[in-house]
Write a protein that binds this ligand. Structure first.
Ligand SMILES: [Zn+2]
Length: 335
């Protein structure tokens, strides 16, 4: 797999040889500078501490990762590599997810979006996977519970890939409801089957919704309304976290969620958070590798969070056909 990915990347004529790179965040910030979102406020994060990371990762794993500081290395056959700045970036990613949770629980903001990289949802307690070193959303959830007094946390993962790491970490935990909508196995990482529902005290607090390739807005919104909303109403979360990946957008070739679809999902979660937990909603960036759909997707979500209107998702092509029909109408009239 590693060799295949390297060959694939080598054949692409792009400046970045690794799809998860710093240009992802610059693309988002550039768009937000060009097209500011009214009502949006920026705050910066700081590195997570070893104690904060140690709530979800083992001590031996953290020692191994910290030993790589300043080095280049391949960590895992499934494409996870580190370069000289990766460990610091991963510490700041997890710490920024924590800062976003603190901003919301302090009441400084109703909602927050941690724009971070590398992503986190594939990182397991003892293993880096799929570009992820530390599980940012899990570190944030653990901090909310252990340091900020939140008893029940709901995590929604709408990234195209299953959040295997987050599922692992909270598998037997009844106080974290983990709901993941993703493209079904054998799509990477191959986990997230319907029957994976947690175990022990946590049986029933893991909810997986596998989607076929090409599933789009209608399927996602149906899953939100018919599965996630009743699950949240039953669970009564005190905070909602989102593993927000933008690779369900068609530009990343796995699924078919449009910008309006991301906006609609955000609106549903915003309503849920307002109903159950004073609007406390924190998004943490996961995947999304096409720079245009990544930046546009983040912007549309931020505009909903900041109080903007929620555009109605249509069915792809219908508006264009209607416009074309209007354009051609005169041509076929006999009189
Ligand atoms: Zn992904």
């Amino acid at each position: 797999m590693e060799r295949r990915i390297r060959q694939l990347l080598a054949s692409l004529n792009v400046p970045w040889k690794y799809p998860e790179h710093a240009g992802r965040l610059s693309a988002i910030l550039n768009l937000l500078e060009l097209e500011p979102v009214p009502g949006l406020r920026f705050e910066s994060g700081k590195p997570a501490t070893r104690e904060q990371l140690g709530r979800v990762h083992t001590s031996s794993y953290l020692s191994h990762i910290f030993d790589l500081r300043g080095k280049n290395a391949w960590l895992d056959v499934d494409t996870t590599a580190v370069s000289s700045g990766s460990i610091e970036a991963a510490e700041v990613a997890a710490g920024t997810a924590i800062a976003a949770v603190e901003a919301v629980l302090d009441g400084r903001a109703e909602s927050a979006f941690a724009l971070v990289r590398p992503p986190g949802h594939h990182a397991e307690p003892v293993r880096a996977r799929g570009f992820c070193l530390f599980n940012n959303v899990a570190v944030a959830a653990a901090h909310a519970r252990e340091a900020l007094g939140c008893r029940r946390v709901m995590i929604v993962d709408w990234d195209a890939h299953h959040g295997n790491g987050t599922q692992d970490i909270f598998w037997a935990d009844p106080d974290v409801l983990f709901c993941d909508i993703h493209r079904a196995s054998p799509f990477y990482p191959g986990t997230g089957k319907l029957e994976e529902i947690g175990a022990g005290l946590g049986e029933g607090t893991t909810v997986n919704v596998p989607m076929p390739a090409g599933a789009g807005d209608q399927a996602y919104i149906k899953a939100f309304k018919e599965i996630l909303v009743p699950a949240a109403d039953w669970f009564q979360p005190e905070l909602i976290l989102v593993s927000a990946g933008f690779d369900p957008h068609p530009f990343d070739l796995a699924l078919n969620v449009s910008y309006e679809g991301f906006a609609a999902m955000t609106g549903i979660l915003q309503d849920l958070a307002r109903r159950h937990c004073q609007g406390r909603l924190v998004l943490v960036l996961e995947g999304g590798y096409h720079l245009v759909s990544l930046a546009r997707g983040v912007r549309v979500v931020l505009s909903v969070l900041a109080g903007g209107a929620i555009p109605e998702p249509g069915i792809t092509g219908i508006a264009e056909v209607e416009a074309a029909a209007a354009f051609h109408r005169q041509a076929f009239q006999s009189d």
